[in-house]
Design a protein around this ligand. Structure first.
Ligand code: SF4
Ligand code: SF4
Length: 445
C-alpha cells in the first residue's frame, strides 16, 4: 500500500489507496455524530478525509486548526459502517493521528498525561493495581468529597479534571484471573482463553467474574494466560503506535500457541483492537501472519455465546432494559444481532429499544477527557434517548461506555443502573440455578 507522496517512507501515514476510495457521496454525513453536533463539513468524515489528503499532498500545513478537526473525531467508525465505497475510516484516522503526533508538540500537560497513561500505566499491571488502591482510598476516605468541595480541582489541567470526574466508584475487591484455569460446569465442550485487559480487573472485576461463569455454564474450560497485557486500543486511537505494537506482540505470544477454540473478550474496544492487530503489525513481516491468525481467534463474548445452545437453564430476570451499542462492537466488529439474541432469551426481561442505539455516547476512549464539551453534548442526547424508553437498566458491552453512561445517570440524578450485557445473562443463569428456591433474582451481584 503506498503512502501519500509527501509522507512516502514515513511509517503509519494514511495510504493513498484508502483515501482514494472516497467518492464524496456524503452518505456518511448523517451518521457522523460530530457532523450532526456541529453542522460543519470539516467535522464530517468526508471533510476529514479531504484534510488528511490535502496535508499529505502538501497543500496545507499541520496547523492547530487541522489538529483540532482530527482530534475531534471519535473514531466511532459509524461512517465506515455505512460507506458504500468501503473507505476504511478507522485505519485512516489511526494512521493520520500517528502522523500528526510526529508533526506537533502538544501542551506539556497533555504530553505528561499521555506518557504516564500510555507508556507507564496501561502496560503495567502492578502499577495499575497500586494506582487503583490509591484512588480507592481517595474515594472512600472522604478526601474526594473534600477536594471536590474545596475548588482545588479548578487549579488542575482540564484533562486531569475530567479524568477525576469520570472515575468510577472502584469496587472493594479486584478480580485478577490471570494465571487461572477454570473448568466448565458439567461436561466440557470447548477450551477458550480469556482476555483480561488493563483496567477491567480493577474497575469492573464483577463483569469479568460474570463472563467467566457464563462461559463455564456454556461448557467452556477457561484458561487465563498470566503474561497477557493491555490490548493497546487507547494508544492506537491516540496515534501512539510504538508501545501499542509492543503490547500486541506480547498478547499474540501469550495466546497464539495455546490449544484453544477462541480468545474471548468482554470489552468491545479491546475486541476490535485485538482483531485488527494484523493492521497494526502490517509492516512487520515476522509478526503480520501471526497477528492474522490471532485476530481470527478473537471473539466478543456475545458473539461466542450466541453461537452456543445457551438458552438452557436460564431463569427470570424481571427488568426493563435498553441496549446501547458500543461503537467498537456495532461499527468496528459489526456485531449487533447477537447481544439482542442473548437479551431476548432471558425470561422476564423486557428490551425497549432507544432511538439510535448505534450512536456514540461520547466516551470513545479518552475522548471524554480530551474533548469534554462535545463529549458532554453527545452524552446529553444519549441520556434523553435513554430516558424516553423508561428502562431502569442501561445495558452495554464496553467499560468506557459503562463509565460514560454512569456519569450521565449521575449528572441527571436518575435512579437507573448501568450493566454489562453479560451480567444480565449471568443473573439469568443464577436465577435458573436457584430454580425452586423462591429467592428473587436480581441483575446486581
Ligand atoms: S467516506 Fe464513504 S460515504 Fe462518506 S463521502 Fe466518502 S465515499 Fe461517501
Ligand atoms: S469516526 Fe465517527 S466521528 Fe469520526 S468521522 Fe467517522 S462517524 Fe464521524
Amino acid at each position: 500500500m503506498s503512502s501519500l507522496s509527501i509522507l512516502a517512507g514515513a511509517r503509519d501515514a494514511p495510504a493513498e489507496e484508502d483515501l482514494l476510495k472516497c467518492v464524496h457521496c456524503g452518505l456518511c454525513l448523517d451518521n457522523c455524530p460530530t457532523y450532526l453536533a456541529t453542522g460543519q463539513e470539516t467535522e464530517s468524515p468526508r471533510g476529514r478525509l479531504h484534510l488528511i489528503q490535502a496535508l499529505g499532498h502538501g497543500r496545507i500545513e499541520a496547523t492547530d486548526a487541522y489538529a483540532s478537526h482530527i482530534d475531534r473525531c471519535l473514531v466511532c467508525r459509524a461512517c465506515e459502517a455505512v460507506c458504500p465505497s468501503g473507505v476504511p475510516f478507522g485505519r485512516i484516522m489511526e494512521a493520520a493521528r500517528a502522523d500528526l503526533s510526529r508533526r506537533r508538540q502538544p501542551a506539556w500537560t497533555n504530553r505528561f498525561v499521555y506518557w504516564l497513561l500510555f507508556k507507564k500505566l496501561l502496560p503495567n499491571r502492578r502499577r495499575l493495581r497500586a494506582l487503583s488502591s490509591t484512588l480507592r482510598h481517595y474515594q472512600t476516605s472522604g478526601m474526594q468529597r473534600m477536594v471536590r468541595s474545596s475548588g482545588l480541582l479548578r487549579l488542575l489541567p482540564t484533562t486531569v479534571r475530567q479524568m477525576e470526574r469520570s472515575m468510577p466508584a472502584l469496587p472493594t475487591r479486584y478480580f485478577e484471573p490471570q494465571g487461572s484455569f477454570l473448568p466448565a460446569f458439567g461436561a466440557s465442550r470447548h477450551r477458550v482463553a480469556f482476555f483480561s485487559g488493563c483496567i477491567m480487573p480493577f474497575a469492573y472485576g464483577p463483569v469479568h467474574e460474570a463472563t467467566i461463569r457464563v462461559l463455564r455454564h456454556n461448557g467452556c474450560d477457561v484458561v487465563v494466560p498470566r503474561v497477557q497485557t493491555c490490548c493497546g486500543a487507547l494508544n492506537v486511537h491516540a496515534g501512539e503506535r510504538t508501545m501499542a505494537r509492543q503490547m500486541a506482540r506480547r498478547n499474540i505470544r501469550a495466546f497464539l500457541d495455546l490449544e484453544i477454540d477462541a480468545v474471548i473478550v468482554n470489552s468491545a474496544g479491546c475486541g476490535s483492537t485485538l482483531k485488527e492487530y494484523s493492521e497494526l503489525l502490517g509492516a512487520d513481516p515476522l509478526w503480520h501472519a501471526r497477528a492474522e491468525r490471532f485476530g481470527a481467534m478473537v471473539k466478543d463474548v456475545s458473539e461466542f455465546v450466541a453461537a452456543q445452545p445457551f438458552e438452557r437453564n436460564l431463569g427470570p430476570v424481571s427488568r426493563r432494559v435498553t441496549f446501547q451499542e458500543s461503537c467498537h462492537l456495532v461499527h468496528a466488529q459489526r456485531i449487533s444481532a447477537e447481544p439482542r439474541t442473548l437479551l431476548h432469551a432471558i425470561p422476564g426481561l423486557e428490551l425497549v429499544e432507544m432511538a439510535h442505539p448505534e450512536n456514540c455516547c461520547g466516551s470513545a476512549g479518552i475522548y471524554s477527557f480530551a474533548q469534554p464539551k462535545l463529549s458532554n453534548q453527545l452524552l446529553n442526547t444519549k441520556m434523553d434517548d435513554i430516558e424516553a424508553t423508561g428502562a431502569d437498566v442501561i445495558v452495554t458491552a464496553n467499560p468506557g461506555c459503562m463509565l460514560q453512561l454512569q456519569a450521565g445517570l449521575e449528572r441527571k440524578g436518575a435512579s437507573g443502573e448501568v450493566r454489562h450485557l453479560i451480567e444480565l445473562l449471568d443473573a439469568s443463569y443464577e436465577a435458573g440455578a436457584r430454580g425452586a428456591s423462591g429467592r428473587r433474582p436480581t441483575a446486581s451481584r
